[in-house]
Design a binder for this molecule. Structure first.
Ligand SMILES: [Zn+2]
Length: 318
């Protein structure tokens, strides 16, 4: 295996790993499952798996208000800035709370995806994984919910559209339906979304897609890797091949893992590697390999670390 620099010199751009120390400072309380320890668990596993040194490490910039405004009205952003606490914790929904560092973390999380988009479009990275929190796929244009404030992936998709991309595909394999992403793009024919999610389950929607560009595949509790493979082969891949995306974004949540007690699906690390390889094959065929993957859920620290390692190993072709 070559270092990323040698691979870049050989014309084979690296996989970027984009995060920021401020993403760790967001804290919704010691018993909240969306904990700062998640990012350390991922980093530890990437190091112990021998993957860390093969990635191009990039510090996430702050998203700009102009970049956010492509999906979130300025009044929504201002409202979050106004309720952001100096001390303690402020709840914006029963599951979702702001601490004094939350907004800065959220600006880094969205900024990471914009940076990843820029790097992949410029060919500076073959693809990218954004190890960020707070997550984003439940955040609607005007509503924070489900641990999410800004729709990080949506900000990146909108940025890529503003840079001239005509067809962008979003794949979401988090155990929860990406209602926020669906709300942002259900009426945009330049974006197509494929997803699996446990249903019925939070956020209790998605069974009926809200647009012809939404390919939602609900899975019942207890579904396993073979059910994921059937959904991808029979529903995702035909839709992706028909759409021929110029770029792919992944809402990479790992809470459908068998060991994750947040939900009741039974995926394993090898299932995450397999679905990543399927999406890479689509990206290689139509999109010059361009993929931006963004961390969403995943709450069992060991399973999260192992699953991200499987996903990133596939992205980096290691
Ligand atoms: Zn989730």
């Amino acid at each position: 295996m070559l270092s990323w620099l040698a691979r870049k010199m050989a014309g084979d751009a690296p996989t970027a790993y984009i995060t920021h120390p401020e993403c760790v400072l967001h804290n919704m309380g010691s018993h909240h499952p969306e904990s700062p320890d998640r990012l350390a668990a991922i980093q530890d596993r990437l190091i112990s798996a021998g993957l860390w040194d093969h990635l191009l490490h990039v510090a996430a910039p702050l998203v700009t208000h102009e970049q956010l405004a492509l999906v979130h009205p300025p009044r929504y952003v201002e409202a979050l800035e106004q309720v952001s606490p100096q001390h303690g914790i402020v709840h914006v929904d029963p599951d979702t709370a702001m601490s004094p560092h939350t907004l800065q973390a959220a600006f880094r999380a969205a900024g990471a995806v914009v940076k990843a988009t820029e790097m992949v479009l410029a060919g500076e990275a073959a693809n990218a994984f954004c190890a960020v929190r707070p997550p984003g796929h439940h955040a609607e244009s005007r509503r924070a919910m489900g641990f999410c404030f800004f729709n990080n992936l949506g900000v990146g998709v909108a940025h890529a559209l503003s840079r001239g991309m005509e067809r962008i595909a979003v794949a979401d394999f988090d155990v929860h339906h990406g209602n926020g992403t669906e709300e942002l793009f259900h009426d945009n024919p330049r974006v197509m979304m494929v997803s699996i999610f446990q249903s019925p389950f939070y956020p209790y929607c998605g069974e009926q897609p809200s647009g012809p560009n939404m390919h939602n595949v609900p899975l019942k509790a207890g579904s396993k890797g073979e059910d994921l493979r059937q959904a991808v082969e029979q529903q995702w891949l035909p839709a992706l091949h028909a759409f021929q995306p110029q770029m792919l974004f992944i809402s990479a949540g790992f809470d459908a893992h068998r060991e994750d007690e947040m939900a009741s699906l039974g995926l394993l690390e090898q299932d995450y590697a397999w679905v990543t390889e399927q999406l890479m094959a689509v990206a290689d065929r139509y999109a010059e390999g361009r993929i931006v993957s963004v961390l969403e859920g995943g709450y069992d620290l060991s399973a999260l670390g192992r699953s991200v390692a499987a996903h990133v190993k596939a992205l980096a072709r290691l």
